[in-house]
Ligand binder design. Structure first.
Ligand SMILES: [Zn+2]
Length: 294
C-alpha cells in the first residue's frame, strides 16, 4: 500500500515494463500491484491527474521529471512509452480508446512473466496486422481468446493477407524515414477510404454507397455498406479491424503500381472524386517531406 507519507519518495517496487509497453499500461499495472485504483494512483503520482490514459498523449516536462523520479527510470525511456513523439499525420492512426487488437502469444507470455494485462503500443496502431515482437498475426480483441483465431482467420479479406503484411511493412518503412515512396502511404490510406457513390446500385437503378477501395476489392463495398458510418477517410483508426487487411493490401497495390490510383479515381464521382484527388495530391506532397522516426 502507498499513502500520502510516501508522496515524496520513489515507489519501493518498480515493475519491469514489457517490450514496447504503453505508459498507461505500465502505470495501471503498478496501481494493481499496490492494490489501489488507477485514478487514485494517478493523483498520488501527480496531484490533479485522474486519468492515466491521457498521459500517453500529453506529458509535460514537469510530469516526465516527476514520473522518472517516482518510477526510477530514464526520462527518455518514459517518453518512448507514449505516443507524444508520433509524427504529425500519423497521430490519427493511433486508436485512442481500448486497443482493438491483441497478440495472443505475447499476452500469454506476459501473463507467465507476471505482467498480465500489459498493453504494448503496437496494439493501438491502426496499420498493424502482425506483432512486431513475435511475428504472429494479431487477433481482434473482441474475438474469444480460447478459439485461438487471428485476424488471418476471421477477416473476410484473409485471402489478401500477404499483401496486407506488405502494406504494413510499407507504412513502417515510411514512418522510419524511407523516402523512396512516390506517395505517402499514410495519406493514401485516407484516400482509399473516401466515400463515393456507384452510379448504379445492385438493382440497376439507385446509386449505391461505395468507397475508393471498393474499386480494388469490390466485396469491400458490399461488406462496408451495413456499417457505412464507421468507414470514413477522416477516421482511419475507426475502421473495424476485420477490414484492415483490405486497406493495407490496397495500399501495397497502389504503392507498387500507382496507375491503379487513376482507375480508382475514374470510379469515383462528385464529392468523392474531389476528395480522392485532393488526398492523392496530399499523399504525393507528403512523400517529399522529411520525417522523424517515431
Ligand atoms: Zn506477439
Amino acid at each position: 500500500m502507498i499513502d500520502d507519507d510516501d508522496a515524496h519518495r520513489p515507489l519501493p517496487v518498480v515493475l519491469k515494463p514489457v517490450d514496447d509497453e504503453l505508459l498507461s499500461s505500465w502505470l495501471a499495472r503498478h496501481a494493481t500491484y499496490y492494490g489501489i485504483s488507477g485514478p487514485f494512483f494517478a493523483n498520488w503520482l501527480m496531484p490533479g491527474t485522474r486519468n492515466l490514459s491521457l498521459l500517453d498523449y500529453r506529458l509535460g516536462l514537469a510530469q516526465v521529471a516527476r514520473l522518472s523520479e517516482k518510477l526510477r527510470c530514464d526520462p527518455l525511456a518514459l517518453i518512448a512509452m507514449t505516443f507524444i513523439d508520433t509524427p504529425a499525420g500519423c497521430a490519427e492512426l493511433i486508436c485512442r480508446n481500448r486497443a482493438p487488437q491483441i497478440c495472443r502469444p505475447c499476452a500469454d507470455r506476459h501473463a507467465r512473466d507476471g505482467a498480465s494485462g500489459a498493453v504494448p503500443k503496437h496494439w493501438r496502431k491502426a496499420w498493424r496486422v502482425t506483432c512486431p515482437a513475435c511475428g504472429a498475426p494479431l487477433s481482434d480483441t473482441s474475438e474469444r481468446p480460447d478459439t485461438g483465431e487471428t485476424l488471418r482467420d476471421t477477416s473476410p479479406f484473409a485471402d489478401v493477407w500477404k499483401e496486407a503484411v506488405a502494406g504494413e511493412t510499407i507504412v513502417e518503412r515510411f514512418l522510419h524515414g524511407d523516402n523512396s515512396f512516390d506517395y505517402s502511404p499514410i495519406a493514401l490510406m485516407r484516400a482509399l477510404l473516401v466515400h463515393t457513390w456507384r452510379p448504379c446500385g445492385a438493382n440497376g437503378r439507385d446509386p449505391a454507397a461505395g468507397w475508393a477501395l471498393g474499386t480494388i476489392f469490390p466485396e469491400f463495398d458490399n461488406l462496408a455498406r451495413p456499417i457505412k458510418r464507421r468507414i470514413n477517410h477522416a477516421a482511419v483508426a475507426a475502421l473495424p479491424i476485420s477490414f484492415r487487411p483490405a486497406l493495407l493490401a490496397g495500399l501495397s497495390r497502389a504503392i507498387a503500381n500507382p496507375a491503379i490510383l487513376n482507375a480508382v479515381r475514374d470510379e469515383t464521382i462528385l464529392r468523392g472524386r474531389r476528395a480522392f484527388e485532393r488526398l492523392c495530391e496530399t499523399a504525393r506532397l507528403d512523400a517529399q517531406i522529411p520525417r522523424e522516426s517515431h
